[in-house]
Design a protein around this ligand. Structure first.
Ligand code: PLP
Length: 483
């Protein structure tokens, strides 16, 4: 029977088990020139009932499935706190160069000078970008970078003769911060931000003591605001012998504009899979390099890449190191992509942040008359709205997010940060064009009109997607795998 739902895009793809037919095969090999051996009954294995398919069956199946996916190559993906920027294809090209993909991580130093050189130079570039003194490339993600930082905090206090128990975590920190500090055995101590959405030195002064190992500040914070008082806060923490950790996952807002050293940061992690354009989402590999000031370098994970004359070597001789955090040298492929991005951008890298901030402020200014803006002040790389204006129509943030799918946009981050009720957190990044951002703004305005005039459209959204509204709690446990 002819499927009258076919629109060109095939949205009803059966399982591989439901396709194909007995005896169909995806390879052709020549007839054997020798006589067929008689099968030994004991060696014949029936095996599971695998589907039998031709090559074209398989290729079409997976290609169709891939068109149901959404990614930065499909459309705008304004997921706040995630920096879903475009991933230049040049990065993929360099990461698949023969010399890199063929080099085994156990090669002796003298046979992999190029791969070591790339690591060394990437560390140097990250030092230049942040203003800190030394970097490790081992951590596989932002959260593992945080764990690395907390282990460094602990090693520092241990060396100074007194372990400390607590870490101050602001309510505008990323959720991984308290988790990383607890994982390392520290006790997270909450700190409230002010009515203006940023931290105030007096609040820190009140709780900072000599049993507190330091503070973890997300800067820009999860409201997309710059922590203007960070320098004074760092002085208060340092005075009591503590250290300052900056969660730098949002560095896309401040590259080249802020020297971490000057604002009193001792340890920072960066997310190469956000700021430095390597792919992420879908659980792919990331990289969360950690930078420190000179005084903390001896605690970084080993082995460390060093330059000795014109040779690059791996050195594990750091007795106070926190040890190894990742097999071999981290997610090396990701490092190549970030290195390529930095070199291909050159000095333009510092324009990235200006444009990312401009784009977010443009969206904020254009939507603030329609959507409730809890903190009306210049934002950094992202802006946070709420669903407050639509409460009387029983339209929630979730409805708005689902409706965006109908227009081909990935929804922004929702219900985060937790300090804002019904938050909608939009991060356009620098890589969207003005036309695309204008289209997003128009669609958001239309959704706001629909919320008032015909809220049912929103309650039933998405209407144009393959899978309609799911019970989110149930879907997390029992994913709906068939459309
Ligand atoms: C994304 C993010 C993290 C966590 O990074 P992962 O690589 O997902 O572990 C931490 N902090 C902030 C501010 C982030 O945006």
């Amino acid at each position: 029977m002819i499927n009258d739902k076919l629109t060109g895009l095939v949205l009803d793809e059966p399982l591989l088990w439901e396709k194909g037919s007995r005896g169909r095969i995806g390879i052709s090999i020549p007839e054997a020139e020798v006589e067929k051996a008689k099968p030994d009954k004991d060696l014949v294995w029936e095996g599971p009932d695998f589907p039998e398919l031709s090559e074209v069956d398989v290729v079409r199946h997976f290609t169709r499935l891939s068109t149901w996916n959404f990614g930065v190559d499909t459309g705008m993906y304004p997921l706040g706190s995630c920096t879903m920027k475009y991933n230049p294809k040049l990065n993929e090209k360099t990461a698949s160069m023969e010399g890199f993909i063929s080099s085994h991580p156990l090669l002796p130093d003298n046979l992999c000078q190029g791969t070591l050189k790339l690591m060394y130079e990437l560390q140097e570039l990250l030092c230049e970008i942040t203003g800190l003194d030394a970097f490790t490339l081992q951590p596989a993600a932002g959260a593992q970078g945080e764990l690395c930082g907390m282990l460094v905090f602990n090693a520092f206090h241990k060396k100074n003769g007194k372990r400390r128990k607590k870490i101050i975590i602001p309510d505008t920190a990323h959720g991984t911060n308290p988790a990383s500090c607890a994982l390392c055995g520290f006790e997270p101590v909450g700190l409230n931000s002010g009515a203006d959405g940023i931290l105030h030195p007096d609040a820190v002064r009140e709780i900072m003591d000599e049993d507190t190992a330091g503070i973890m500040i997300t800067n820009p914070n999860t409201l997309g605001l710059f922590e203007e008082n960070i320098k004074e806060i760092a002085e208060i923490v340092h005075e009591k012998g503590g250290l300052v950790y900056c969660d730098g996952a949002n560095m896309n807002a401040i590259m080249g504009a802020v020297s971490m050293r000057e604002i009193g940061v001792d340890v920072i992690h960066l997310n190469l899979h956000k700021t430095f354009s390597t792919p992420h989402g879908g659980g792919g590999p990331g990289a969360g390099p950690v930078g420190v000031i000179k005084e903390l370098e001896e605690f970084l994970p080993v082995p460390r890449v060093e330059k000795n004359g014109d040779k690059f070597i791996l050195n594990s001789d750091f007795p106070l190191s926190i040890g190894k955090l990742h097999a071999f040298h981290g997610n090396y492929g990701v490092l190549i992509k970030a290195y390529t991005y930095i070199l291909s951008m050159g000095k333009d890298l510092f324009d990235v942040s200006t444009k990312a901030v401009l784009n977010a402020n443009y969206i904020k200014e254009n939507l603030k008359d329609v959507f409730h803006l809890p903190y009306d002040r210049p934002c950094m790389h992202e802006c946070v709205f709420t669903d407050e204006n639509f409460e009387e129509y029983k339209v929630s943030t979730l409805d708005i997010a689902k409706r965006l799918l109908d227009f081909g946009f990935h929804p922004p981050t929702i219900y985060f940060p937790l300090v804002v009720h019904g938050a909608i957190m939009i991060e356009p990044t620098e890589s969207e064009s003005k036309e695309e951002i204008d289209r997003f703004i128009e669609v958001m305005k239309q959704i706001a009109r629909e919320a008032k005039e015909n809220p049912d459209i929103l309650h039933n959204a998405p209407a144009n997607a393959k899978v309609k509204r799911l019970d989110e709690t149930l879907a997390a446990r029992k994913p709906k795998l068939k459309g």
